[in-house]
Design a protein around this ligand. Structure first.
Ligand code: BDR
Ligand code: CA
Length: 309
């Protein structure tokens, strides 16, 4: 299965790359970066560093949008640290970004392949994807599926009382992706908040037996200290790797086809997910919205895959 990862690394974004590159079912065609957890210069540098770590300098990394469409731009350095990789800093990257803007890479790659061939794993704000859809409307029929981490139903919000971070940072882009007509799978906080990075699981990462194990453990100790404290849980949520996990093990998740919209005007609710879980609106479903997860299944698969690197 051919995928492109659109991302704002971020420790949990980098773990998503590792899972994809450890999985023979997946062919990673490239990485596109966006401003989100940290600035786009930093997310681009982080993507390059993460690929260096596992010797995959063959994967193109295209730098994308440096700000949301209309919203002022917000980072999550309080969660991920100033660099986005706090917890375990990596050496400077061995190369620069691949020439060409992320939006053009998305368009050229999707248009070169047969319709439906490529899945987009979107694990940051959705700015690049929206710009690509605006520049080349035919992408709607080219994208096989967008699998995104974002939004929430019963878990409501993590950056504001009403909104999840990726939707909040660029709410207009999130709304446009929901309305695009591209097949959509949504991994919301309802799923990710069940997957606690407990002390026992951190110990499993640390002893994976390869170079990345201790780095992943150190990253998660740092990234999750804030959320574990906020939620009072043993470890914090595991967000972005669920996108690739759903592609390789869809049997581990359950959800419902729903209509999903994103609030773009509310003073208190900007970026909120409006999920028609109960079929109240009469609007046609546009997303498979996941809410249940086999927690042990996800972690066992993650340990097994990452140990292959
Ligand atoms: C999302 O926000 C980011 O901080 C994480 O990388 C994830 O993509 C969770 O709300
Ligand atoms: Ca992310």
């Amino acid at each position: 299965m051919k995928i492109i990862i659109d991302t704002d690394p971020g420790q949990d974004d980098a773990i998503t790359f590792f899972l994809a590159l450890a999985s023979p079912e997946i062919e990673l065609l490239g990485i596109t970066t966006v401003a989100g957890n940290v600035t786009v210069s930093q997310t681009t540098e982080n993507a390059l560093k993460a690929l260096d770590l596992i010797g995959r300098t063959d994967i193109p990394v295209h730098r994308g949008a440096d700000r949301p469409l209309l919203a002022p731009g917000v980072t999550a350095t309080h969660v991920h640290g100033q660099t986005g990789f706090e917890g375990a800093e990596l050496p400077p990257p061995s190369r620069g970004a691949t020439p060409g803007h992320a939006v053009d890479f998305l368009i050229e790659t999707l248009m070169r392949h047969p319709p439906g061939d490529i899945t987009i794993c979107a694990i940051g704000p959705l700015t690049n994807l929206t710009l690509a859809l605006a520049k080349e409307p035919a992408l709607r029929t080219r994208i096989g599926r967008v699998v995104l981490m974002g939004g929430a139903f019963s878990e409501v919000g993590n950056i504001t009382c009403a909104a999840e971070f990726n939707f909040y940072v660029d709410p207009h882009a999130a709304a446009m992706v929901c309305e695009s007509g591209a097949p959509l799978t949504v991994i919301p906080l309802d799923v990710t908040h069940q997957l606690h990075t407990s002390a026992a699981r951190l110990a499993r990462f640390r002893t994976l037996g390869n170079r990345i194990g201790p780095i992943i453990a150190d990253w998660l100790v740092f990234e999750k200290r804030f959320e574990a404290n906020k939620y009072g849980t043993d470890g914090g949520p595991l967000h972005d790797p669920n996108t690739v996990m759903w592609l390789i093990r869809p049997d581990l998740y359950r959800g419902r086809e729903v209509n999903l919209r994103v609030e773009t005007q509310g003073a208190l609710t900007l970026g909120a997910s409006v999920v028609d879980w109960w079929g109240i609106s009469g609007l046609a479903p546009n997303a498979l919205f996941l809410r249940e997860v086999d927690v042990e299944g996800v972690y066992e698969t993650l340990f097994e895959r990452l140990a292959r690197l």
